[in-house]
Structures are given as structure tokens and as C-alpha cells.
Design a protein around this ligand. Structure first.
Ligand SMILES: C=C1C[C@]23C[C@H]1CC[C@H]2[C@@]12CCC[C@@](C)(C(=O)O1)[C@H]2[C@@H]3C(=O)O
Ligand SMILES: O=C(O)CCC(=O)C(=O)O
Ligand SMILES: [Fe+2]
Length: 326
């Protein structure tokens, strides 16, 4: 990514009248090795749609090796990286996010988890990158399934794998993304707040995010405030996605989040978005309705995903699928 003149940064969005937010200590922390994990997870999903996980079982070497390969990838010249693009549907992207004009101070790799990716332009490192990606993705998917099973238990759903089976399905439409936010020294000088990745909710069931120790991630709370998530390169951050909100009939809420660019340090994040098969009906689980009506119209993941790609990042995508319940 080539930086830096005023002319370059002017095309991006800034947060106006931005008051620096304090790092929050209110973010729930769940120790996956403790027996109270399921209770804490349910509470966190109801209150925040977001929590941090420790003792997650993903080996630190798998994380750091993939991270260092990803940094190597992003340090290549733009014309080399663009050989892996455009990101429609999968590949390398820079600045442009989605198909409807969103931009951010970010470059990324967007990958499908069921498909072999061709990094042949990446020379002798291609095979290594692919192996690291595959082993990372399978450990993270395993953790995702564990968390989803704890959720089902915590919600007292009889079928423990109601959510996790969707990610285990061979047809699961899960996505993996590596985001690189270069440091932007102009910001450090001018004290501005450039958007790295604009506010949005993730459309899938669950997202598992891990980043290096650079700050930037913020979440939106029910009280209308944004809070900064203290970075922690050893832990994972979990987002409730729109589909899980629907499956729990609104009991869990998908979390609005965004990333601000950092003046001093580059940020590298890797996110696994666990999604269902395209043909899957996304609807509230009967045991969670307790005689109440569904808050949502019926739709398949295919339909929701299509509508997602027709929307802008910040849109309230679930809005179109809400029912007016008398
Ligand atoms: C403007 C956009 C960009 C989208 C689609 C649409 C709205 C939501 C964005 C995300 C957010 C979560 C990962 C992703 C892969 C997804 O499924 O939804 C993103 C996708 C993209 O970056 O392409
Ligand atoms: O890069 C990050 O830390 C978060 C980005 C994000 O929210 C996304 O890719 O959906
Ligand atoms: Fe996101």
C-alpha cells in the first residue's frame, strides 16, 4: 500500500468530533477451561454480542507463524499482491471494501475456507502459506464449534450441536480474512481519526478475531457509546453475527464494530467468519421462541448473503428481514 500525501488521505472517512475513548475494562473475558464458561458466554452474548476468550487451545506457534507469513505477503510490492486480486469473490483487496463504494485504510486477503487458493505468484513460499492457513483455520474452526456448543448448553438447548453442525457441514460457507492496516504517520502528527474498517455487523453466525498488539478495534455498546478494545495478541475476540441473532430470536445481538487506523503501528488481524451452508434456513430455534413469534421473516443464508453484498458496510442489514410482530 502506498502512503501518504494529504491527497491520498482525503478520500477516506474520518470520525468527526471524535472524543478519544478510554480502553474498556468492561469487555467480558471467558476462560474456556473453566466450568462457568457457558454461563459467561451466554451473558456476554446477551449484553455485548462480544467477548474475549483465553485458554482457547490454538497453539501460539500456529498463530505467530501465520502472522509472520501474512506480514511478508503484505510487504510485497503492490503489483505483486494484486496478482492475488481482485477480492471478488476471493483474493487480495486494497482500500475498497465490498462492492458498493466503501473504502478504508486497509488491505486484505479474503479467502473461502472450502477452496484451495492459488498463491503461485508467491513463489516458493506459497506452499508454506497454504499449510499454515489450513492448520490455523482448522484449529480456529474447532474453537468456534466448542464455543457454539457451550452457547447451546448455556441456552439449555437439547441438541448441543445445533449451531456447530452448520460450521462442520462440508458446504459451510465460512470465510477467512487477513486485514493489514498500515501505520499512518500523518495521523500521528495531526491527531485525526481515520477509518481503517468502517462500522458494521458481521452477517455470519460467529466471528473469531485475533490481532497483533496494535489497538484500533472498537465496539458499539447498547448505551450508544463506542469503546476501544484493548489489544491482546494471545487471545481471541468473538463477535456474535447477524445469523446467530436471528437463530436466538434476538436474545443474542450481533455487535457493531469498526477499526480506526493507528498513527504509529501497523495492525494485522485474522478473522474466521463461521457461516452456514448457502441453502440453510436461518430462523429462530423453536426452543428459544417459548410461544413467542419469530421477530424475523424466513430466509436462507444465500438470500441474506446476497442482500449483504447489495448493501453498504454501515447498513442495518437485518432491518429488511424484521417482522412487525403485533
Ligand atoms: C460492504 C460489504 C463488505 C462485506 C459485505 C458487505 C457488508 C458486510 C461486509 C462483510 C463483513 C464481514 C466479512 C465479510 C466477508 C462479510 O461476509 O460481510 C465482509 C464483506 C466484504 O468485505 O466483502
Ligand atoms: O480487522 C479487524 O480487526 C476487524 C475487521 C472486521 O471487522 C472485519 O473484517 O469484518
Ligand atoms: Fe467485522
Amino acid at each position: 500500500m502506498v502512503l501518504l500525501s494529504k491527497a491520498t488521505t482525503e478520500q477516506y472517512s474520518y470520525i468527526k468530533n471524535y472524543m478519544p475513548t478510554a480502553f474498556s475494562s468492561t469487555i467480558p473475558i471467558v476462560d474456556l477451561s473453566k466450568p462457568d464458561a457457558k454461563t459467561l458466554i451466554v451473558k456476554a452474548c446477551e449484553e455485548f454480542g462480544f467477548f474475549k476468550v483465553i485458554n482457547h487451545g490454538v497453539p501460539i506457534e500456529a498463530i505467530s507463524q501465520l502472522e509472520s507469513e501474512a506480514f511478508k505477503f503484505f510487504s510485497m510490492p503492490l503489483n505483486e499482491k494484486e496478482k492475488a486480486g481482485p477480492p471478488k469473490p476471493f483474493g487480495y483487496g486494497s482500500k475498497k471494501i465490498g462492492h458498493n463504494g466503501d473504502v478504508g485504510w486497509v488491505e486484505y486477503l479474503l479467502l473461502n475456507t472450502n477452496q484451495e487458493h492459488n498463491f503461485s505468484f508467491y513463489g516458493k513460499n506459497a506452499e508454506k502459506f497454504r499449510c499454515l492457513l489450513n492448520s490455523y483455520m482448522s484449529s480456529v474452526r474447532k474453537m468456534a464449534c466448542e464455543i457454539l456448543e457451550l452457547m447451546a448448553e448455556g441456552l439449555k438447548i437439547q441438541q448441543k450441536n445445533v449451531f456447530s453442525k452448520l460450521l462442520m457441514d462440508k458446504q459451510s460457507d465460512s470465510v477467512f480474512r487477513v486485514n493489514h492496516y498500515p501505520a499512518c504517520p500523518e495521523l500521528a502528527v495531526n491527531g485525526q481519526n481515520l477509518i481503517g474498517f468502517g462500522e458494521h455487523t458481521d452477517p455470519q453466525i460467529i466471528s473469531l478475531l485475533r490481532s497483533n498488539n496494535t489497538s484500533g478495534l472498537q465496539i458499539f455498546l447498547r448505551d450508544g457509546n463506542w469503546i476501544s478494545v484493548p489489544p491482546d495478541h494471545k487471545s481471541f475476540f468473538i463477535n456474535v453475527g447477524d445469523s446467530l441473532q436471528v437463530m436466538t430470536n434476538g436474545r443474542f445481538r450481533s455487535v457493531r464494530h469498526r477499526v480506526l487506523a493507528n498513527g504509529f503501528k501497523s495492525r494485522l488481524s485474522m478473522i474466521y467468519f463461521g457461516g452456514p451452508p448457502l441453502s440453510e434456513k436461518i430462523a429462530p430455534l423453536p426452543s428459544l421462541m417459548k410461544g413467542k413469534e419469530s421477530l424475523y421473516k424466513e430466509f436462507t443464508w444465500f438470500e441474506y448473503k446476497n442482500s449483504t453484498y447489495g448493501s453498504r458496510l454501515a447498513d442495518n442489514r437485518l432491518g429488511h428481514f424484521e417482522r412487525i410482530v403485533a
